[in-house]
Design a protein around this ligand. Sequence first.
Ligand code: CMP
Length: 137
Amino acid sequence: MEKTLSIIKPDAVKKGVIGQILTRFENNGLRIAATKKIQLSQKEAEEFYAIHKERPFFKDLVEFMVSGPVVVSVLEGENAVLKNRELMGATNPKEAAPGTIRADFAENIDANAVHGSDSLENAKIEIEFFFSKTEIL
Ligand code: CMP
C-alpha cells in the first residue's frame, strides 16, 4: 500500500468539480485517507513548489496556487503514486489522454486542475507538508 498527495487546484475548485475528481479516485482504488479545503499563503505555495524556484513559470505558478482555495488529500492504495498520475493525465492538458482528469477539467498548463506527487519519496514529503499523522486515517 502506498500513499500519495493530491491537490485539487483553484481552477477546479472554482468550477465546482471537487466531488467529481474525488469520485474518480475512489472509483479507481484510491481511498481518501485525509482531505481538507485550504487557502495557501504566498509563503506556503513558494515553499511547496521550491523545487521549481529557478524555472521561468515559478512566479505564475505560485500566483495561481494562491488565487483561491485548494483541496489537499492523502490518497491510499496499491501503486497509489503511479495510479494517481495515470488518472490525472499529462501536465499539459493538451497532451493529456482522453478520460483523464486534466483532459476533462483543465484549461492549460498553469490551470491544470490537479497536482499529484511524482514519486514515493516526494509523496512522503508532500503529505507531511500538509497533514499531521493524526489527520491521516
Ligand atoms: P504540478 O504537477 O502542480 O507541478 C508544477 C506545476 O507547474 C505543474 O503542475 C504546472 O501546472 C506548472 N507548469 C507551468 N509551466 C510548466 C512547464 N513548462 N513544465 C512543467 N510544469 C509547468
